[in-house]
Write a protein that binds this ligand. Structure first.
Ligand code: CO
Ligand code: CO
Length: 311
């Protein structure tokens, strides 16, 4: 991985966001851009914003400003649609505490939308991919399945009504789980996005010099996802992710192919995977419950060398 020699670089490429020290401030910066996953422009804009600010929360930071990046075919989209897209995004950014302060658009055959987001983080609040410690428990804060569900709906394998759970989940900010993790003394977290739970867990385990044990039956899935995955309806991305992780992942004999694909399903605006000191679980629970935020304890960090063990 590329390493910049500038001493201001606190976290470089390979984590959810970069962190740069300027005088006494730690700036945290990220960019994310996605293609449409829902038809409604307002909802898609809001999901884009939630997805883009998520990397700041995954670092334990506070998002402050956002720049929009929009690619669209000017003849296919009316100004009214673009307005709705931006409105959805701006509303979600405000909910996250960030302001839109600019952006750039470009002609593109396929709609693409996302944000470069900047924020700040306290050094003691920093949640790094490499901060997991042996004995930590692994917490996941959203169900898996946005990739499998959205692609199954596109191909008509499942009724549109099943999309609602995925949409609600993608619209949910990771701000509360981030705050809860920091307050409970966690030092490691990531958000589960394009590489699926296994891919992102593997990145954390490797960077932490530990192994992660994941209990398959404790991993929460959205409705229909288990059946769809078992029926082979997982998107290409899930298969690619599984292939990528397989040489560093050990599966117990009882884990079927469908479950492996669900664990590898690429997520949009997925939840946080947090390595939490076990004795701080009560504190974490209190903050999450206060805001009615769900979470699942899915495994633990054990001594090792960057492998995933799925039981
Ligand atoms: Co991320
Ligand atoms: Co990202």
């Amino acid at each position: 991985m590329y390493k910049c020699k500038n001493r201001g670089v606190i976290v470089g490429p390979g984590d959810d966001a970069g962190v740069f020290r300027y005088k006494d401030t730690l700036m945290v910066e990220t960019v994310d851009i996605i293609t449409p996953i829902v038809d409604d422009p307002y909802t898609f804009g809001a999901i884009c914003a939630a997805n883009s600010v998520s990397d700041i929360f995954a670092m334990g930071g506070t998002p402050l400003t956002a720049l929009a990046i929009l690619g669209f075919a000017t003849c296919d989209f009316s100004a009214a649609v673009i307005k709705k897209l931006l409105k959805g995004a701006i509303d979600k950014l405000h909910e996250a505490g960030a302001c839109l302060i600019g952006g750039h658009s470009i002609e593109d055959n396929e709609l693409k939308f996302g944000f470069a987001v900047s924020g700040v983080v306290d050094r003691k609040s920093l949640l790094k991919a490499g901060g997991a410690k042996t004995g930590n428990i692994l917490i996941l804060t959203k169900r898996l399945g946005t990739g499998i569900l959205t692609s199954a709906i596109k191909t008509g394998k499942v009724k549109k009504t099943f999309l609602k759970e995925a949409v609600d989940s993608m619209l949910t900010l990771n701000n509360i789980p981030s705050k809860a993790a920091v307050s409970a003394g966690a030092k490691a977290a990531t958000d589960v996005t394009g590489f699926g739970l296994l891919g992102h867990a593997l990145n954390m385990a490797r960077n932490s010099g530990t192994d992660f044990v994941i209990h398959n039956e404790k991993v929460p899935l959205m409705r229909k996802v288990k059946d769809l995955a078992a029926a082979g309806a997982a998107p290409k991305g899930a298969k690619k992710n599984l292939e990528f992780c397989s040489s560093n992942t050990g599966f117990s004999g009882n884990i079927c192919e469908g479950d492996k694909l669900a664990l590898s399903d690429p997520q949009t605006s997925g939840g946080l995977l947090i390595a939490l000191p076990q004795k701080e679980l009560k504190k974490f629970d209190r903050i999450m419950k206060k805001d009615k935020m769900p979470y699942w304890e899915i495994g633990e960090v054990v001594k090792g060398s960057g492998q995933i063990i799925v039981k």
